[in-house]
Design a protein around this ligand. Structure first.
Ligand SMILES: Cc1cc2nc3c(=O)[nH]c(=O)nc-3n(C[C@H](O)[C@H](O)[C@H](O)COP(=O)(O)OP(=O)(O)OC[C@H]3O[C@@H](n4cnc5c(N)ncnc54)[C@H](O)[C@@H]3O)c2cc1C
Length: 838
């Protein structure tokens, strides 16, 4: 009761100065929240002292992060002016809200009372913008933050809303009232000017992502209890506690065990954790890979050699190590994993290079923020150049298959027919491809039963059944009782059969292969051999960071090179390596996704009982009601996402701080269903950070048709309120609306403009950027998966898809990779065995 009183006392607390912020932290937040907040203040705000306890907390957390690799703390390099704007913006999005009229538990009151700056979100945000964000438009964001800290910049960007009738008349953004700042943000969201919409969208995305994913040293977030989120899977916590309790190892052994624990442990060679170069070399040799070490420079004195080697960076011409193997596979994801496993099982020595790190089961955090940062490409902050589409892709051992949603759908017949008839790729009509589909599904233990359906899928199924729409079980690479919900953050028990539980396991168990995490291929090496009309691949140069934090370059000499970096990175690697085929990087398809939501209050429907929006099998039901299967096959499929608080908050429309907190409060009972378009429009991959793609009008039309069905499904399933992600944030109370009101709402909202940042569009499927074809003029690789330009250089990932697929791509990419692996095997059989290093 006292606590509640104390909470109420602070409802209307506003942070007006740094001292207020510290005071708030001290009085209101829990000890760990307080210490974490102090840490951020210390890191980021100059001239604010911190207590010794805060120093201690920082040290502890830093050491915890260093030891466990839990999450990175990014330091802000933004100027004081930029930080002032960031604080003002994030507090406008997430203010402290007075809810003194509300009778609620303490956690809820605290959630409403806490503004973004009270939780030190702007400071983390500053670090994220400075170090983690790599988008090509980042400079614009920084300029805007600076401009908004001046009255003239604010006037240019905010117009009359920044002017008052009293002296000094013109104000900078941080000096405007809270009400004015909210109004300005709202006007930007629907502004006529694209750049203002871009600014709004990027600031909203970053603020909410940080606020709802940031954790203190006890892995708590100030909002989670209030919004009904448990944080990491409770079963996972139990699993890890049990492991720790039963493992009697000294600290160092345990750490080593933790790093290596997991099915792949004996085949992981982590350059970062191996303490000495010799250990590294011996480990590789022990696995049967001939290795040659860089020679110390002979032109300098012997006593200076070690310093010299430290100072002169290794290069492709003078690599730190040369490693020899039969096949090098770049990328350990869905495609790369299959090729690596098959070649190793056939007896060839295979080296797998993986840019991302390895997270064994009990090394996972199952925390959304750290996982996005560590296991997703571009630290989970990736979007097309105009931010039209938010992109998600895995970057860890196992690639996308480690963090994906387990849907395992075979290539649809109509797509196979199109690829075979229109693109003349006979492979897709062949018995071999049929066999490939069977083999990969068997290896992943794909099955279609579900024992208990999760919240979102139960809603989708119920809505479809009520309306008479088709609804099918989605085959999954997980058992029927796999009721999880956290698999998008890594699978805690290995029951989801991604490549690290299947094909990469085959590689390791064969004794013929190793995986090198943290190793990024920088160039494919190739040269003209006598009597050849085109170059032949000779291997790959890759970069890694050693245990001292220095970057080193190594060269792998291989008989065959397979690139499987995913559709966003394979084109850039090939282009960097000198390949000139104009199709490389073009024809990128993204399967754009648009969502709608429905709110189901607690106990509103018996079929949802105690379920929560983020629990259960992520994808178990799907409808093809808008798939246009009888005509072109270019429609949308309707499925459900996994949305933990960070992603949920990014996508939900914002109209005011109070409204947003109300929406978040209903997080655990808000279902999401999406329409995924088989896109005919395409984009280009220009560089690692510049991906150009705009949703075409015809694809937007498909999404609208899909969203219309989704809204109907949500209403039919019994939602009390429904809405979409369109920036206007309109919703309707289904229970009190008349039939006509509901019809009008569905038509109006699904007919809204989506493109140009009006409606957040997402993509978790990227494909087609090095497409397969029968001629070099129209494709990047031939039907065997080999590049037209370089012999012995194969591509085995989704970039080879001739068009968009229309369903989840994992099974298709694995089946194609299976066929490509057979072609690679034939080539290897033809090539002579090379001598090893002495
Ligand atoms: C959140 C999410 C959910 C998804 N859910 C599903 C689903 O339920 N069903 C489904 O079928 N599909 C799903 N997908 C998509 C599916 O996972 C991908 O389409 C598939 O994994 C792509 O396979 P790939 O081999 O092309 O690339 P990836 O699996 O992405 O693997 C590429 C790997 O290459 C590495 N790499 C990149 N560049 C380099 C380099 N230069 N050097 C070394 N390594 C490099 C990357 O780090 C990455 O690990 C999902 C994807 C996401 C992101």
């Amino acid at each position: 009761m006292d606590e509640q009183k104390s909470a109420r006392k602070h409802h209307s607390l506003r942070v007006s100065s740094e001292m207020d912020e510290k005071q708030y932290l001290q009085e209101y937040l829990t000890d760990t929240e307080y210490l974490a907040g102090c840490r951020d203040i210390k890191i980021n705000i100059a001239n604010v002292g911190t207590s010794s306890t805060a120093d201690q907390a920082m040290k502890e957390e830093k050491s915890r992060n260093d030891n466990n690799n839990v999450f990175n703390i990014y330091e802000s390099s933004l100027s004081r002016r930029q930080m002032d704007t960031l604080i003002a913006v994030s507090d406008a999005f997430l203010p402290s809200v007075d809810v003194s009229d509300l009778t609620a538990d303490e956690s809820l009151l605290k959630f409403y009372a806490t503004s973004a700056s009270m939780a030190a979100t702007p400071q983390r945000l500053g670090g994220m913008i400075s170090e983690r964000l790599k988008h090509p438009k980042k400079w614009l964001l920084k300029v805007a933050l600076w401009a908004l800290s001046t009255w003239f910049g604010t006037f240019v960007m905010c117009g009359i809303a920044s002017v008052s009738t009293t002296f000094p008349y013109f104000h900078s953004f941080p000096n405007l009232s809270h009400q004015r700042r909210q109004e300005i943000l709202n006007s930007w969201s629907q502004s006529y000017f694209f750049l203002l919409r871009l600014l709004y969208w990027s600031l909203k995305l970053l603020t909410f992502l940080v606020f709802f994913t940031q954790v203190d040293s006890k892995d708590h977030n100030v909002s989670w209890k209030a919004i009904g989120y448990t944080g990491p899977d409770p079963d996972f916590k139990v699993q890890n506690t049990t492991t720790a309790a039963t493992t009697k190892l000294d600290e160092q052994q345990q750490q080593q065990q933790e790093i290596l624990f997991g099915p792949l442990s004996s085949g992981i060679v982590d350059f970062k954790t191996l303490p000495h170069d010799l250990t590294l070399i011996n480990t590789l040799k022990r696995h049967g890979f001939p290795v040659k070490r860089r020679r110390p420079c002979t032109s300098i004195l012997p006593q200076e050699r070690s310093t010299h080697n430290n100072k002169v960076p290794s290069s492709i011409f003078d690599p730190f190590l040369k490693i020899r193997c039969d096949a090098v596979v770049v990328g350990s994801g869905s495609g790369g994993g299959v090729v690596a496993g098959l070649l190793a099982r056939a007896g060839y020595k295979v080296l797998v290079l993986e840019k991302g790190n390895y997270y064994a089961r009990n090394n996972l955090t199952l925390l959304e923020g750290p996982t996005l940062d560590q296991m997703y490409l571009s630290n989970g902050l990736m979007a097309t150049a105009d931010m039209d589409v938010l992109l998600l892709a895995g970057s860890t051992v196992g690639g996308g298959s480690t963090i994906n949603w387990s849907a395992s759908i075979p290539t649809p017949q109509h797509v196979r027919k199109e690829w075979c008839d229109e693109y003349e790729l006979e492979l897709f009509g062949s018995k071999l491809y049929e066999e490939a589909l069977d083999v990969v599904c068997k290896r992943m233990q794909v099955q279609s039963e579900i024992e208990e359906e999760g919240f979102n899928n139960a809603v989708l199924r119920k809505g479809c059944e009520e309306l008479g729409y088709p609804v099918d079980n989605i085959p999954r690479n997980a058992p029927s009782d796999h009721y999880c919900g956290w698999c998008c953050l890594g699978c805690k028990d290995g029951r989801k059969k991604g490549t690290s539980e299947t094909w990469l396991l085959d590689l390791v168990e064969s004794g013929n292969g190793v995986i090198l995490p943290g190793s990024e291929a920088v160039k494919v090496l190739h040269q003209r051999k006598s009597g050849r009309e085109r170059n032949t691949a000779t291997g790959v140069a890759f970069e890694f960071e050693n245990s001292k934090g220095d970057k080193e370059i190594c060269v792998v000499e291989s008989r065959v090179t397979v690139v499987a970096c995913g559709a966003l990175r394979t084109p850039t690697l090939l282009k960097r390596s000198g390949l000139r085929n104009p199709n490389i990087g073009k024809n990128l398809h993204l399967h754009p996704v648009a969502m709608a939501w429905g709110y189901f209050p607690d106990n509103s429907s018996s079929f949802l009982a105690e379920k929560k929006s983020y629990e259960g099998g992520i994808m178990t039901a799907m409808s093809t009601v808008a798939a246009d299967l009888k005509k072109s096959g270019y429609g949308t499929v309707i499925q459900t996402p996994a949305l933990h608080p960070g992603m949920f908050s990014i996508l939900m429309p914002w109209v005011s701080g109070k409204d947003m907190k109300d929406r978040m409060r209903r997080f655990s009972r808000t279902a999401h269903v999406f329409a995924l378009a088989r896109d005919q429009g395409s984009g280009t991959v220009n560089s690692d950070s510049e991906i150009r793609y705009s949703v075409e009008a015809r694809d937007e039309e498909k999404l609208r048709a899909g969203v219309e069905k989704v809204l109907r499904i949500l209403a039919a399933a019994g939602a009390e309120e429904i809405g979409t992600h369109h920036g206007k944030g309109k919703s309707i109370n289904v229970k009190s609306a008349s039939y006509h009101e509901l019809e009008r709402f569905v038509k109006e909202e699904s007919g809204r403009e989506m493109r140009g940042l009006r409606w957040p569009i997402c993509s978790a499927h990227q494909m087609g950027s090095c497409r397969m074809g029968v001629a070099a003029a129209t494709s990047a690789v031939n039907p065997m998966g080999e590049t037209w330009e370089v012999e012995g250089l194969f591509v085995a990932d989704t970039s080879v898809f001739p068009t968009a697929l229309g369903v989840n791509p994992m099974v298709t990419v694995q089946a194609i990779a299976y066929c490509t692996a057979l072609s690679v095997l034939q080539l290897l059989k033809r090539k002579k065995i090379k001598t090893t290093y002495i």
